[in-house]
Design a protein around this ligand. Sequence first.
Ligand code: NAD
Ligand code: DAU
Length: 356
Amino acid sequence: MILVTGGAGFIGANFVLDWVASEKSPVANLDKLSYAGNPGNLVSLKQDARHIFVKGDICDRTLVGQLLREHKPAAIVHFAAESHVDRSIHGPAEFVQTNVIGTFSLLEEARAYWSTLAAPEQDRFRFLHVSTDEVYGSLGRDDPAFTESTPYAPNSPYAASKAAADHLVRAYHHTYGLPTITTNCSNNYGPLQFPEKLIPLMIVNAAQGKPLPVYGDGLNVRDWLYVGDHCAAVRLALRRGRPGETYNIGGNSEKTNLEVVNAICAILDEFRPSSLIPHHSSLITYVKDRPGHDRRYAMNAGKMAAELGWQPAERFETGLRRTVEWYLDHMDWVENVTSGAYRNWLHLNYADRGQA
Ligand code: NAD
Ligand code: DAU
């Protein structure tokens, strides 16, 4: 048994689906079902006894303690977080609550549970904390990619809350010996991503003939990784990663935002030819920039390759095509997640941006 947190969100749900498809052990999935958590992501596991879904908050220590005592997991894989940078700018408090206090609560309960285990189980136990490249700050155009020893320099409330969580995880290993592993990953894309993030937002808007809001000059760079590759990397780090270590995970696929949006538009031109919109790129609208917008992220994933033999399997071009196809085939999923609250978010984030 493993305990996954945040397994109804984008990466967590992909991870749980992969896990059940390829591993024998069951998974308990603790998720509070925030706006980003969607039980529909796990509907294919409804009849599968190896998946136990628990609706609850990682900050609820009584619940977490009970779950650990009841299920006796061999590992905790911690995805649960507030994850959207723009939301952290509008309302940072939730980010401190879940990402910092929530991770602290989980660590405390994990430590209490772990201390009751016999020595061999203690050695085998893992607390795997899923983090981000954003903790390292922003790179200039010619700077070398982030390594595991790049100093932390988080710039957004989201990145700062993840950095705080990373430091707590590190301290619990150093002070108490809790066998922790932290993975820091670059931008993910793929099926089941909530359409507030760049790639799904642009696919959905372009498919509906709506403007494609590009922040600033569109030349910010992200390193894109297909979500299935991230899940495989986390599984490997869980199995073979060394306690106390951190591992960078990246796609080796740096793109400017404009390159990404233009690539999505070209795929839609092919899949959804329209006489009204012959070129979906004509929908691109430059809007006011994100405050404190990090210019470039790039990951050196050499340690994952050298120690664990991990490499991304999916190329960006093919992964993006698969992703566009998935969204076009699942517009019902999009309808379900884009409720009134989503429309309120679009208004809050985009209404005052105007055109740059
Ligand atoms: P997401 O926002 O899609 O999903 C987060 C999930 O956590 C949701 O299901 C939500 O309901 C749940 N959750 C939120 N607060 C909770 C709480 N207090 N208790 C229990 N559950 C709670 O996020 P994602 O994009 O899947 O990211 C997952 C993890 O990976 C996060 O820790 C994020 O920081 C990290 N990460 C994401 C990316 C990316 O590109 N998306 C890249 C690197 C790292
Ligand atoms: O780098 C890893 C991080 O990637 C994760 O830790 C975060 O959870 C995840 O949300 C993501 O953060 P970003 O801020 O990089 O992702 P987002 O999809 O929000 O934005 C990607 C880029 O696109 C960024 O430069 C901002 C830009 N952008 C985004 C949106 C939503 C736009 O130009 N227009 C938009 O409407």
